[in-house]
Design a protein around this ligand. Structure first.
Ligand code: HEM
Length: 425
């Protein structure tokens, strides 16, 4: 088992007495008890990650929100002060210079401000809203493909293909090429680590494809997001081809596994809470879509796709939650822990689809707040709403104890979600 280390001598950042083991199999299955312990006893906690890198975990809501907005915490891995860093062996994305890695999640202002402004001109809420009928069509088509069987693995047959087809469509990847993306993305999610072997090959193929697609769209623009990215200008500035490729890549990458997990974790939570699920289905029957909207936000808070926000590095010595962080130290904000903080949320371990006071951190906070949140909300609402409408007696086909969670650092999601239902004929 990967070594977890919440134990150790009392000292700065070390809890008094033994704490929970982190990054074990039990932890991957249910990290929330460990997070409750950390929030209470070691809210800003230095630990050794499975990769060997030491990092600070920030688990209280107030500290988390503040850290996400703190400009002294850089997203640029060049600020990481760690010997392994130079050798590129930390598993931190972007530490090894690669063309596609100069993207929003690895850069700071002023570059971040410029690139984000440009992409926001192309990736607008209006473009997303216009895309709603297509998301519905994709959702129905995927359900049609397994509906007659009476059983399915909702991850592989539904949650996984939906976001990849959706974002490919939005970017302007022709339909006949989208299955290649499905394969490349599958490779990336299966391995879920740094670019090694098959993952590296998939990234390379995707990069080559995107570069060529951008080139083609420059010659012959369409109504798609890539053409929009190429056209977008700000004070006469445009994205370079490299920047446009990195942007397309981050949209795919940031919008893919997250949405798989929103659908997977969300449906799993609903299946485990029959009262909430019945309440939701009753609201559809009554023609009240409101509960689906607050419900998807609550599912993000309760068991969101992004367990830890992406890497941040202290550019100068600073204090978070009373703990002194040295320049160069990596800081990981634990969104999943912050979103269950009883100091912020009433009955945080209760799933309440009608929760109103729900300013969760599932999409982050501050300048890196999720750019794709409108698309993620749309996909989550259409996917969960349509599944429960068309397959009203959907139920788990396995004992929850037999379900396996992917053991990644940043993301939290199920490997499979086998379900049964009355077949549609
Ligand atoms: C950033 C969550 C879906 C694109 C983020 C961040 C979070 C997040 C937590 C901030 C990370 C940090 O500060 O370290 C989610 C969740 C999603 C989702 C929970 C699904 C339920 C999407 C989709 C897209 C997308 C569908 C695009 C198609 C992005 C981009 C950023 C980002 C581009 C970087 C923004 C920046 O750095 O300025 N997301 N995301 N996300 N997300 Fe999402």
């Amino acid at each position: 088992a990967p070594e977890g280390d919440a134990q150790g001598d009392a000292g700065p950042g070390c809890p008094k007495g033994p704490g929970p083991e982190l990054f074990t199999w039990e932890f991957a299955t249910d990290p929330y008890p460990a997070y409750a312990w950390l929030r209470e006893h070691a809210p800003v906690h230095r630990t050794k990650l499975p990769s060997g890198v030491e990092a600070w975990l920030v688990t209280r809501y107030a500290d988390a929100r503040q850290a996400l907005a703190d400009q002294r915490l850089s997203k640029n891995p060049a600020h990481h002060d760690e010997p392994a860093h130079a050798k590129g062996r930390t598993g931190i994305p972007g530490e090894r210079k690669a063309e596609l890695m100069t993207h929003l999640l690895n850069i700071d202002p002023p570059d971040h401000t410029r690139l984000r402004r440009l992409v926001s001109k192309a990736f607008t809420p209006r473009r997303v809203a216009e895309f709603a009928p297509r998301v519905q069509e994709l959702t129905d088509r995927l359900i049609d493909d397994f509906a007659a069987k009476g059983s399915a693995d909702l991850i592989h047959e539904f949650a996984f293909p939906l976001p990849i087809y959706a974002i490919c469509d939005m970017l302007g990847v022709p339909r006949e090429d989208q299955d290649d993306f499905r394969d490349w993305a599958g490779m990336m999610i299966r391995h879920g680590g740094g670019p090694r072997g098959g993952v590296a090959r998939s990234v390379k193929k995707m990069r080559g494809y995107l570069a060529e697609l951008i080139h083609r769209k420059r010659e012959d623009p369409g109504d798609d997001l890539i053409s929009g990215l190429i056209k977008a200008s700000d004070h006469g500035e445009h994205l370079t081809e490299n920047e446009a490729a990195a942007m397309a890549f981050i949209l795919l990458f940031a919008g893919f596994e997250t949405t798989v997990n929103l659908i997977g974790n969300g449906m799993y939570a609903l299946l485990r809470h029959p009262d909430q699920r019945e309440r939701l289905q009753a609201s559809f029957a009554a023609g009240e879509p409101g509960l689906l909207e607050t419900g998807v936000e609550e599912l993000l808070r309760y068991d969101g796709p992004v367990e830890l926000a992406t890497w941040r590095f202290a550019t100068e010595p600073l204090v978070i939650g009373g703990e002194r962080i040295a320049a160069g130290d990596p800081v990981l904000v634990v969104l999943a822990a912050a979103d269950r903080d009883p100091e912020r949320f009433a009955e945080p371990d209760t799933l309440d689809l009608a929760r109103r006071d729900n300013q969760h951190l599932g999409y982050g906070h501050g300048i890196h707040y999720c750019l794709g949140a409108p698309l993620a909300r749309l996909e989550g609402q259409v996917a969960l709403g349509t599944l429960l409408t068309r397959l009203p007696d959907l139920r788990l086909a396995v004992d929850p104890a037999d379900l396996r969670w992917r053991g990644g650092l940043i993301m939290r999601g199920l490997r499979t979600l086998p379900v049964e239902f009355t077949p549609l004929v």
